[in-house]
Design a binder for this molecule. Sequence first.
Ligand SMILES: C[S@@+](CC[C@H](N)C(=O)[O-])C[C@H]1O[C@@H](n2cnc3c(N)ncnc32)[C@H](O)[C@@H]1O
Length: 311
Amino acid sequence: MLETTSSLASSVRDYTYENGRRYHAYRHGQYPMPNDEQEQDRQELFHHICRLLTGGEMFRAPITAAGTPLPSAQRIRILDMGTGTGLWPMDMAEDFPQAEILGTDLSPIQPVFVPPNCRFYVDDLESEWTYPPAEAFDYIHGRSLAGGIADWPKLVGQAYTHLNPGGWFELQEFEARITSDDGTHLQSPLLREWLDKLEFSSQKFGKPVMNVAANLASMMHQAGFVNITNEIYKCPIGSWPKNPRLKEIGQVAKLALLEAVESYSLALFTRVLGQSAEEALEFVSRVRSEILRNTYHMYVRFYYVYGQRPE
Ligand SMILES: C[S@@+](CC[C@H](N)C(=O)[O-])C[C@H]1O[C@@H](n2cnc3c(N)ncnc32)[C@H](O)[C@@H]1O
């Protein structure tokens, strides 16, 4: 594990460029989504959506004991797995100045100037975790990792092992399916074709995007977690909701989805489905036009799932 600010980190910054997008260097080829500015902007929109959905909260696990703030003297350790641009741990570091917060990722794309209680490391979550028992965590968090993980039960098991007894584990994942209560989503044929291709290609690649979120609670149960809670939020796509808060979420989510189409597909469709870049980009552009045009009552389910390592 390499600290992001370390001068040794130069090889992990030897990014590769493919079809106009930039990809990670460490464990090259393991993660099919870009890490360039465009993707970082998308991640920031996504962070915003996640906070809007929960009314501003960044976590749902009761890490503030019985609803009261953690005592300021208490030093707790928090891990954010696959932190991306690091917005989540930086916001947490501000809110919990007494906590020590680590963020790990394949890409060192986090800012250099960060709160003093926040540090970033380049690491592959799928490798054996090397934290010694004395450095166990009190809270481990992971958000939007589907597509980057081949062995989810192993990941959940490693989180269990590296938590202190009584510590909490939380995963926030969206179901990569678009639905509606009135069936109008069925009138978006290109969107459905895109999701089918994404499901097929990500599964063939070995790191599925689909069928993850709804299975997290049972994976936590299998790993030995207790007090598991599965909260599901409907995230509207587009400005169709009447409720002003949901309308705002829907507008931001539509922008994020427009960006996500290329981020999620370009490498999978070219590397796994064998499409040319032109073919993949032309399809992406048609899917985006359909999303822009439609006013259907679509939404995506976001799962906030958390459980506790027994005392
Ligand atoms: C879609 S982004 C989400 C970023 C952040 N968690 C958030 O919610 O804003 C997924 C991140 O997970 C990282 N990632 C994917 N697979 C990983 C792995 N096996 N080990 C470490 N990081 C990984 C990617 O590099 C990327 O930055």
